[in-house]
Design a protein around this ligand. Structure first.
Ligand code: IMP
Ligand code: MG
Length: 187
């Protein structure tokens, strides 16, 4: 896999020379596999996919198109980072889904599990609403947690210890539109 940006991509990235960590083809192949696994995991029942905005928006839209069964879609907006690159630990729910969760199979779609605090707080909130089941599908996992989150059933890739951007992930709202996942750490 090439890790160098074309001049066009470097322009899109605002001149930053990001190192490509997961390219478009690798992401697409993995998203297809995840879609197939999620399809197989829910042979029946009502499936509600909840995308955690904003970071998951590209992954979410690619993933649901690879899930071959009926589903409903809604969003959650939680805020934890502000403009820093270190998790603040405070999680606020800025948008809460209108859809009742009771009796439904919930799959929460997340961009990246870092400290895991966002997800743990969120799981606590959602479980109070009596869903039939709750599972998490995260595109990336930094694997920093001593005890993995039990609900984390699907992970796209293990993330290197770096600050990753692109394919929905941002740094201070930059880079979300890049089609690949890159490392900002030394860009
Ligand atoms: P956690 O609560 O520490 O697990 O943080 C999770 C959230 O922080 C994710 O949903 C991302 O929005 C953001 N985040 C964590 N690591 C990164 C990264 O490397 N790049 C971009 N955003 C990140
Ligand atoms: Mg973010």
């Amino acid at each position: 896999m090439s890790t160098l940006l074309t001049p066009e991509m470097q322009r899109r990235a605002g001149g930053h020379n990001l190192r490509i960590v997961f390219d478009e083809a690798a992401i697409a192949a993995r998203v297809r596999e995840l879609g197939q696994e999620i399809t197989a995991a829910y042979p029946d029942g009502e499936l509600l996919v909840l995308g955690l905005l904003k970071g998951s928006f590209i992954f979410l839209s690619d993933l649901v198109r690879q899930i071959d069964r009926p589903l409903h879609l809604d969003f959650l907006v939680a805020s934890s980072y502000g403009t820093g690159t270190v998790s603040s630990g405070t999680v606020r729910l800025l948008y809460d889904p209108e859809t009742p969760l009771e009796g439904k199979h919930i799959v929460i779609v997340e961009d990246i599990i870092d400290s895991g605090r966002t997800m743990q707080k969120l799981l606590g909130l959602l479980k109070e609403r009596n869903p039939a089941s709750v599972a998490v599908c995260s595109l990336l996992d930094k694997k920093l947690l001593p005890i993995p989150i039990p609900e984390l059933r699907w992970t796209g890739f293990t993330a290197p210890p770096a600050f990753l951007v692109g394919y929905g992930l941002d740094h201070a709202e930059d880079f979300r539109h890049l089609p690949f996942i890159g490392d900002l750490t030394d860009g």
